[in-house]
Design a binder for this molecule. Structure first.
Ligand code: CO
Length: 171
């Protein structure tokens, strides 16, 4: 089921998400809906809070070298913790909760993440470049943060001015 995505400045996007303790059918339904919603909106990542659910769950589906977004590459991440980080990378990010805004953001280039899959199995994995960036962006959502908070003072002011003037989205 496609769910509604909350957009800035909805205050719910600032809520700190809670850890998941039950790896049950309702979690699987949430993850399936998040995937469907993300694909429907042409996104590559989505955190549960973006559909109004304050739980530590996120999905990322990167585009492969052939320019295709295939479900085999879908990564579902529950209760993530970044346990190591290294290097710096700047990448132009966007967000389904801040539609049509793209800004250069600085992130760690490489991270080691501990997380659980939908069945409650623990994983510790190293991600680099795009996957590291996407994970940091989505984990920020779980902590109540948006990428625009990382903009410089002047860029943020410019963003706020333009955001107020934006044409309202058709539903
Ligand atoms: Co986002």
């Amino acid at each position: 089921m496609i769910r509604e995505i909350l957009t800035y400045p909805n205050p719910k996007l600032r809520v700190i998400s809670q850890d998941i303790t039950e790896f049950d059918e309702s979690l699987h339904m949430l993850l399936d809906d998040m995937y469907e919603t993300m694909i429907h909106k042409n996104g590559v990542g989505l955190a549960a809070i973006q559909v109004g659910i304050a739980l530590n769950a996120l999905v990322i589906n990167s585009v492969n070298e052939n320019g295709e977004q295939i479900k085999e590459d879908l990564l579902e991440v529950i209760n993530p913790q970044i346990i190591e980080s290294d290097g710096i990378i700047v990448f132009q990010e966007g967000c389904l909760s801040v539609p049509n805004v793209y800004e250069d953001i600085e992130r760690f280039k490489k991270i080691k993440v501990k997380f659980f899959d939908r069945f409650g199995n623990e994983h510790i994995k190293i991600y680099e470049d795009f996957m590291a960036i996407a994970l940091q962006h989505e984990i920020d959502h779980l902590r109540g943060h948006l990428f625009i908070e990382k903009l410089s003072y002047l860029k943020r002011k410019k963003f706020e001015k333009e955001w107020k003037k934006r044409p309202k989205e058709k539903v």
